[in-house]
Design a binder for this molecule. Sequence first.
Ligand code: NAD
Length: 358
Amino acid sequence: MNYNIAVVPGDGIGPEVVGEAIRVLNAVGKKYGHTFNYNTVLAGGAAIDEYGECLPASTVQACKESDAVLLGAVGGPKWDHVPGDQRPERALLGLRKALGLYANLRPAMIFEELADASPLKPSILDGGLDILIVRELTGGIYFGDHVTETDDNGTVTAYDIERYSDYEIQRIARTAFEMASKRQGRVTSVDKANVLDSSRLWRKTVADMSSEYDNITLDNMYVDNASMQLIRDPKHFDVIVTSNMFGDILSDEASQITGSIGMLPSASLADGNFGMYEPVHGSAPDIAGTNQANPIATILSVAMMLRYTFNLGTEADAIENAVKQFLRDGYRTGDIATSGEAVCGTVETGEKIASYIA
Ligand code: NAD
């Protein structure tokens, strides 16, 4: 089969980690008889330098014409002086909106070999962790009205509107239930229904949807409790489904529990199978160009691409197993090394993981 991928390397370590993910994809293609075609386009700081804007229309067009998008990371100190609405990071919001990417999937996984990297006690983690956070990505308070106003007395007031419609909640709930049906079959819906009307609609809509999924257990949790339980009893969770802002905060908390940002992939999905795949980390300007970046988050992101957009589960498993083998054989990138392990650079890590697939 032929698959067309729009590649947005971005800035900083983006091009380095994307290069290794492509090396691994090519190894998958060779082994399983697929052809991956890459159309490389610019966004973020690189696009500002070349075109004077962070998200050129040609980039959006190329992404729309592809089967999936692979993105590195955008931003860096070089563009810190650029006005807010033109900053490199705005390209991400623009792409999410233009591509209709409403479901953000962020797995928080701890590989057994890296359990020591977590700040949580081994007794809490008991050997591993595997949570999937499903965050609504195109609605809620980040996309509601933002108003700052001054009254006649000079008092300044600001407010932001959290707004959700039932259809927005239904489609993200469906994503969560579908994901859970391929995992342990448990969904925790996180809200603040004791205070917010938008959360009461959220809770009711998710509950209504759950009647379509007999095989799934649904529980509800207030967001303040969820943030505690993630630390106290993370194994309670299988799939968490939540709104844009709560998901933003909880997914960062969950990523810290894993202890290694260089290992965490993500997917943002639209209706149908289309998706954009990227590591959770940023452009890491402090280590850009030094061959020290951990490419595993991006390599695991292409595994998600194979699983969710191309329906190639066996090939996705092959990538994940190759990463496990790399760790089991005692190799580490600098960010996850403790002592006594062989430290690999970005390129060597990509080469080794690709060789396990071959
Ligand atoms: P960051 O994730 O880029 O870096 C945080 C720390 O983690 C740094 O010390 C970095 O060296 C390290 N790190 C990150 N990824 C790593 C990897 N793969 N291997 C080894 N170490 C890694 O976050 P930041 O420093 O807050 O942001 C830097 C720039 O990235 C900013 O311009 C920010 O706006 C941007 N950013 C972009 C995205 C994105 O494109 N999705 C996300 C977050 C931040």
